[in-house]
Design a protein around this ligand. Structure first.
Ligand SMILES: Cc1cc2nc3c(=O)[nH]c(=O)nc-3n(C[C@H](O)[C@H](O)[C@H](O)COP(=O)(O)OP(=O)(O)OC[C@H]3O[C@@H](n4cnc5c(N)ncnc54)[C@H](O)[C@@H]3O)c2cc1C
Length: 639
């Protein structure tokens, strides 16, 4: 293989947004010192430094790219996600505070509000003159947003909403920007008009005036956290806080001055999910940021493994480089391959998001598929970060434990990515819901019980027809014959894809059948779902794994011949085969892998690791993470 052109690989990874990402890299690198400083700072000062940095970043214009141009943005949602991903190479408190301010708070005003809200607030939000919160989660309810306990009651006499923290555990919790800096909050509350409950809606509520809690608002600090201590997370209580009628973010529903509730979306459940669906960009952002954090960890660990020597192995005179040990390759290179896979899969999600939100794609099914894909990629990306960062830390030995080498913050700060913007397990259930209902028109109105009923009544026949073992085998027979028959080339991408497709569809059919059987027996639908839940979630995971591999294969196939394509082909095969290897028990159980073939896959993964090894440095250099941001000076040497 000829030498790889790192710049070309970087261009491929940066995709449509090379220029934006280059600008963000440079802007983040200017604040590289922050990474050193914050280690020693007391929490209050760390928060202050993060706030200042956030405001400086806002001044570059790079944090507001997704907003309309008239408010200081660039009207380019795809660019704003790409920028956010590159921001994740730096301090992650700055990243998360930026996500809260521009993605969640600003995003909610943009997506849930209408022109008067945009005109009143967006320019100040984008410029960082007005800092705010996205106050959805409560102490008592996180994943189950529909059950929030904060209540907003319309008072027609004064044309105001009265916001009240209802139940004892209904105070807002973990809210970014709440403890110190936020002035205005988008508060999610149950709307009550004329005594009738209308479900969760969003309201703009001032929480702080000149640095002090606004009248009727109580604020508490969440205190020290496992990570992200530069973000001021806090709790909020509302004691009959009055806000004007226009404080309702009224894109999807409104209340007239007389107290009539009006909405173009009749079904309350559909309205609720339509509202939440517009906030999907946060999920896409966090997934992308997690993948970027894995890139930082892998760059440090692989570069260290190319310098650090321990024990004589192949020579009597010199100790062996860590990355020349088979096990070290095994630990790091499949993770590197998976990082590339996820990075490229994230590009697809970002592109789909841009298409749907810019109006280039308007059909409902695409929107539902985007929501599902965003949820699945976020789950896999953030779990991957947790795993990759830990492995990279260990791969750097004791040095990896030193805060100066970045892993301490990377681990602590990314940990919660698996939870916020949707808990991963809950998100995979959303993915499963789409699969089980084939994104049916009624998809949005369905809760768990409806899904089970739907499966019992209609969907299962379609699913079974599409995925019956018979049909499945016919479709994939050539690609994956029964274990032991003439098996195709182990390196063939179509074979890898067929394996992952088979697993997904087989699992889906099995889960649907089990759910239907339970319903047919007259069992309680909730208990039926609970019993099959692990199967349902495994199906969702298998589905997303397939999408991720498809994104990688498609990207490789789109490249012109050359060294970059060759190395990515190796990496793609390594990702595919290590994914199959990780679930080889399942494939053997289902007759798709012979024991011999399974061993051959393990041997091939090892061989691929050896073949990727000479390109490891180029592959991490292609992430183009500024040297200052890697810190790890004693680990990496001069570079
Ligand atoms: C640092 C930080 C910052 C945050 N910032 C904000 C913010 O700015 N604004 C905001 O509104 N929120 C914020 N959050 C809240 C965050 O979004 C929630 O923590 C998250 O949605 C999960 O809710 P929860 O904590 O109540 O967990 P729960 O929903 O109680 O989940 C707990 C566990 O139960 C499992 N579980 C839940 N339901 C099911 C089910 N049906 N089946 C199987 N398992 C289930 C989950 O997988 C999880 O492991 C933040 C949280 C943190 C930690």
């Amino acid at each position: 293989m000829t030498d790889i052109d790192v710049a070309r690989l970087t261009a491929l990874l940066d995709g449509d947004y090379a220029e934006v990402r280059a600008k963000v890299r440079a802007a983040v690198a200017e604040h590289a010192l922050l990474l050193d400083e914050v280690e020693e700072l007391p929490r209050e000062d760390y928060r202050e430094r993060v706030r200042e940095t956030l405001l400086e970043m806002a001044r570059t214009g790079l944090t507001g790219l997704g907003f309309p141009t008239e408010y200081g943005g660039a009207g380019d949602l795809g660019a704003s996600i790409a920028a956010f991903e590159a921001l994740a190479y730096g301090d992650l408190s700055v990243l998360v505070k930026s996500g809260v301010q521009f993605g969640l708070f600003g995003g909610a005003i943009l997506q849930l509000g209408t022109a008067p809200h945009h005109e009143t607030y967006l320019a100040d939000v984008v410029a960082g003159r007005l800092l705010g919160c996205f106050a959805m989660t409560e102490h008592g309810h996180g994943s189950n947003v529909a059950a929030l306990g904060t209540v907003a009651t319309y008072d027609a006499a004064t044309q105001e909403f009265v916001i009240r923290t209802g139940a004892e555990d209904a105070f807002k919790d973990y809210i970014g920007n709440a403890a110190a800096h936020g002035e205005l909050a988008v508060v999610f509350a149950q709307l009550v008009v004329g005594g009738e409950e209308r479900g969760v809606h969003a309201f703009l509520v001032p929480i702080r005036v000149e640095g002090r809690p606004a009248a009727g608002v109580r604020i508490a600090d969440d205190g020290p956290k496992m990570g992200l201590n530069g973000v001021d997370n806090g709790r909020l209580w509302f004691d009959d806080v009055r806000v004007p009628r226009t404080a309702l973010l009224n894109r999807f529903a409104d209340v007239t001055p007389e107290g009539e509730y009006v909405s173009d979306i009749e079904n309350p459940s559909r309205r609720f999910f339509t509202m939440l669906g517009t906030l999907v960009q946060g999920r896409v952002s966090v997934g992308g940021a997690a993948i970027a954090a894995s890139e930082v960890a892998l760059t440090i660990a692989i570069r260290y493994a190319l310098r650090r020597r321990q024990f004589e192995a192949t020579s009597d005179t010199e100790e062996e480089l860590l990355l020349d040990y088979g096990q070290h390759q095994r630990r790091l290179l499949p993770l590197l391959a998976r990082t590339y896979a996820l990075h490229l899969a994230q590009q697809v999600v970002r592109h789909d998001l841009h298409q749907v939100f810019s109006g280039a794609v308007t059909d409902e099914k695409s929107r539902r598929e985007l929501e599902s894909r965003a949820a699945g990629t976020k789950a896999l990306g953030t779990w991957h970060a947790t795993r990759a960062i830990q492995e990279c830390r260990e791969a750097c030995g004791g040095a990896g434990f030193m805060a100066a080498n970045r892993f301490a913050a990377l681990k602590a700060d990314t940990d919660v990515f698996t939870t916020f913007e949707g808990d991963n397990t809950v998100l995979l259930q959303l993915v499963a819901k789409g699969l089980l209902t084939d994104y049916a028109g009624e998809f949005e109105e369905m809760d768990q019980l409806d899904i089970i009923r739907f499966i019992g009544e209609t969907a299962v026949e379609t699913i079974l027809e599409k995925t019956s073992v018979h049909t499945l085998l016919e479709r994939v027979r050539d690609a994956i014959p029964t274990a032991g028959e003439d098996e195709p080339d182990i390196r063939e991408a179509d074979y890898h894809l067929a394996m992952l497709r088979f697993r997904e569809e087989h699992m889906l059919a099995g889960a649907a059948r089990r759910l239907k059987r339970g319903v047919d027996k007259g069992l309680n639908p909730g208990s039926v779902f609970s019993r099959v839940q692990d199967h349902v979630i495994a199906t969702a995971r298998a589905h997303v794994e397939r999408l991720v591999l498809e994104a990688f294969v498609e990207k490789v196939r789109s490249l012109p011949d050359g060294a970059e394509r060759d190395v990515l082909e190796l990496l793609c095969d390594l990702h595919a085969l290590s994914t199959i290897e990780a679930d080889r028990a399942w494939f053997i159980e289902h007759g798709r892998l012979s024991v011999q073939r399974s061993k051959a896959i393990t041997a091939e993964v090892n061989r691929l690791c050896r073949r990727v090894r000479p390109h490891a440095r180029a592959l991490v250099d292609a992430f183009a993470i500024p040297e200052e941001l890697l810190r790890a000076r004693d680990l990496l040497g001069a570079g």
